[in-house]
Design a protein around this ligand. Structure first.
Ligand code: F6R
Length: 602
């Protein structure tokens, strides 16, 4: 989603810093970009629609500047064009904004009455005019910014320049991430640490309703009119964690990291058998019910988790989409554990759902990848997945880590409730040791995925079917395919097809069918025969050895492991098939159109 960069220093390199920072934020998804910097004591603005190269070709890198702001915009209010791109300048204020100002229309109407005129359709220009209006009354930038929480509803991360103070950047945050990178004689502002991680690992994170004033030597943060003590923190990751190495795409690199991700996520909990699993996890046995809330792929991971938790730990588990949950009537029992799952830890809807659960007095557990992210900070308990930085917009390794973590929780709870058979535990522990070999086996089947992809790439519609765990996996496979290859696809519970959707099956309709869940395999096979009888071209992904050959047209075999880890393997062919289809179709795999990595608006 939109990206913010700000810089204040003294060696004249501001323009280069802003552009380099924006380049590192490209992965978040955007449709236009711009910068504003102080050159010869004037604010100079350059904005362009489209990708950063368009902006870069209009910039003179020999310009000397020590202070500036930059932005990649993912349009919300107003179409994608140069005028609507940030930064916006009204009167003495120039700013970049992430988030959405919900009452911008009312504010705009009031400002129109005061004589302001607007060039864009954005909510951001209105915010900029509001600051200019307030400043005209009090002649104090910080005081003007401090009024925003009273006047504005919605979310904002802001980096601001005022014409009357060309030595300082001003910032403000509410419900949208913003951090300050701190270095000797220079400071950075960004919506995401990636923007400045090559320059400094020291940072200050802003809390909601914080605002501040940043000079090259000083970071001053305020809250509710009072000065706050600045707490300096340190990032653990570096530039090498976000490089593409020799891979053609980040997505491929991230899939190929899944072996290490599995080991890193399981190791702390399984390094000493069941003892570490019990000692290192919170006590979940006191809860009567679990509610998992997330968005997109993280919800799909939750649906796999539901199967594991209900089967192994016999705990009722409901899974909800955060964007729906937050507006539904809340029915949360006090003895219910709410689990929020998020790679970025910044997804606006998941964050709001978490706040609802916290306010309701529930225990909340965040299964989060980004350390120190907002959702991680606000969850009462946090368990980090160890996927490392994920750059490709489509999640792969983080999804795998989420599923792994939920399986571990199911295992823990199953043991605690005395439901875990010794033989099952033995199998789980031995499969955990062997899993990286099995993942490697799956990587070596790339030609098989390419062959399937060759076929799928010629079709406009694909069905993914499965039941129970396999249906949850089908949803993830379908989402991966549509988001990166723009192929329409639908995931369906295999048993439901005959209640309507089967009318869409005709000669050669591609159907990817998952048969990995032993509990339901024979039923899924019957459903596959129903679509085959109507001409479907069926690609089966299975861990079964003895499938009759009238069940499939193409088959991808995956190793047979215990139920708890089987989804970890099954998702890999789905991810790689989607990748290969997108590659054949020449799509921008790491940055699919219209999508953003961190969805910080609702
Ligand atoms: C799909 C994908 C998205 C995210 C969703 C939640 O490949 O990446 O569906 O899973 O936007 O994001 P996080 O996990 O950051 O909350």
């Amino acid at each position: 989603m939109c990206g913010i960069v700000g810089y204040v220093g003294s060696n004249g390199s501001c323009v280069r810093v802003l552009i380099d920072g924006l380049k590192r934020l490209e992965y978040r998804g955007y449709d236009s970009a711009g910068i504003a910097r102080i050159v010869s004591d004037e604010v100079k603005l350059t904005k362009e629609s489209g990708n950063l190269d368009n902006l870069v070709s209009n910039i003179d890198f020999s310009e000397t500047s020590n202070l500036g702001i930059g932005h990649t915009r993912w349009a919300t209010h107003g179409k994608v064009d140069k005028v609507n791109a940030h930064p916006h300048k009204v009167g003495k204020f120039t700013l970049v904004h992430n988030g959405i100002i919900e009452n911008y229309a009312d504010i705009k109407n009031n400002l129109l009455l005061k004589g302001y005129t607007f060039k864009t359709q954005t909510d951001t220009e209105v915010l900029c005019a509001l600051l200019d209006y307030l400043y005209k009354r009090n002649n104090n930038v910080l005081e003007s910014i401090s009024r925003l929480p009273l006047l504005v509803t919605g979310s904002y991360a802001l980096c601001i320049i005022c014409d009357d103070d060309k030595d300082n950047l001003y910032v403000a945050k509410n419900n949208s991430p913003l951090i300050i990178g701190v270095n000797e004689g220079e400071n950075y502002v960004a919506s995401d640490a990636q923007a400045f991680i090559d320059k400094t690992k020291k940072y200050v994170s802003l809390e909601d309703l914080d605002y501040g004033k940043i000079s090259k030597d000083n970071v001053r943060i305020y809250h509710d009119g009072k000065n706050k003590t600045v707490q300096l923190k340190r990032f653990e990751f570096g530039l090498s964690d976000i490089s593409k190495d020799n891979y053609e795409h980040y997505m491929l690199k991230e899939i190929y990291e899944e072996k290490e991700v599995f080991v890193r996520t399981t190791r702390p909990y399984l390094d000493n058998g069941i003892t570490s699993l019990i000692d290192k996890m919170p006590d979940f046995s006191k809860y009567k019910k679990i509610r998992i809330i997330a968005c997109g792929s993280a919800t799909h991971a939750g649906l796999v988790g539901k199967q594991m938790l209900e089967r192994y730990a016999e705990i009722k588990t409901e899974v909800e989409t955060a964007s729906e949950f937050r507006y539904n009537k809340v029915f949360l029992d006090k003895d219910e554990l709410v689990i929020v799952i998020s790679q970025s830890g910044e997804t606006a809807d998941t964050l709001e759902a978490l706040k609802i659960a916290n306010n309701n007095g529930n225990d909340t557990l965040g299964i989060i990848n980004e350390k120190g992210s907002t959702i991680a900070r606000l969850s009462k308990i946090v368990m980090y997945t160890e996927a490392g930085k994920e750059i490709a917009v489509a999640t792969t390794k983080a999804y795998l880590a989420q599923v792994t973590m939920l399986s571990l929780i199911a295992l823990n709870l199953s043991f605690k409730k005395d439901l875990l058979e010794k033989a099952v535990l033995k199998r789980v522990l031995s499969d955990a040791q062997l899993l990286t070999n099995y993942i490697q086996e799956l990587f070596e089947k790339r030609q098989e995925y390419q062959k399937v992809a060759d076929g799928l790439a010629t079709h406009n519609g694909v069905f993914f079917i499965g039941r129970l765990t396999d249906y949850a996996l089908a949803m993830e496979g379908s989402l991966k395919l549509k988001e990166i290859s723009y192929t329409h696809s639908e995931a369906y519970p295999a048993g439901e097809l005959k209640h309507g959707t089967i009318s869409l099956i005709e000669d050669k309709t591609p159907v990817v069918a998952l048969i990995t869940d032993d509990v339901i395999a024979s039923k899924t096979i019957s459903n596959i025969k129903e679509v085959k009888a109507r001409g479907a071209h069926v690609i089966v992904i299975t861990n079964k050895d003895n499938l009759e050959d009238d069940v499939y047209d193409e088959i991808i075999k995956i190793p047979k492991v215990c139920d708890l880890f089987s989804p970890v393997l099954a998702v890999i062919p789905l991810q790689l098939i989607a990748y290969e289809v997108a590659k054949i179709k020449g799509c921008t795999i790491d940055k699919p159109k219209n999508l953003a990595k961190s969805v910080t608006v609702e």
